[in-house]
Design a binder for this molecule. Structure first.
Ligand code: AMP
Length: 133
């Protein structure tokens, strides 16, 4: 059985796509902690990120860096917070979150919600920046 993120990569479940390469995919988190909260995943189904083989692991972080730089260009923030939780979806993913205070990384707080048009607009703007890097 494939994960929800594999279904997203396959286009079976919709996502607000930011970027895609042969091995990786980036899309907006549907229950974001902040505007521009993005998830970066390997297309290969790996549950626990530390189980990824070295090259895939390193390349995933390299891809995540580029995504983070693109998010930063679109969403005003002090820094991009980067973290891995992985307790909910059993498909490795890196959270890229625009932050201004440490509390912006608090996963227990109430998530934001946006209209589809706003998600689409954010994703499109970040995607344009990603492609210009
Ligand atoms: P965790 O596994 O604890 O790192 O959390 C999984 C993250 O995936 C959460 O922030 C969810 O909001 C996010 N998420 C779950 N399903 C989707 C989806 N269909 N599209 C985008 N983000 C999702």
């Amino acid at each position: 059985m494939s994960t929800i993120f594999t279904k997203i990569v396959a286009g079976e479940i919709p996502s607000y796509k930011i970027a895609e390469t042969e091995d990786f995919y980036a899309f907006l988190d549907i229950n974001p902690l902040a505007k521009g909260h993005t998830l970066v995943i390997p297309k290969k189904e790996i549950d626990y990120i530390l189980d990824a083989e070295d090259k895939l692991y390193a390349d995933l972080w390299k891809f995540a860096k580029k995504v983070g730089l693109a998010v930063e260009k679109v969403i005003p923030c002090k820094r991009i917070g980067i973290t891995v939780i992985g307790l909910e979806v059993p498909h490795a993913h890196i959270h890229i979150i625009p932050i201004n205070t440490i509390y912006d990384m608090d996963f227990s707080k109430k998530k934001l919600s946006f209209e589809a048009e706003e998600f689409e607009e954010i994703a499109s703007r970040i995607s344009i920046e990603f492609n210009s890097l």
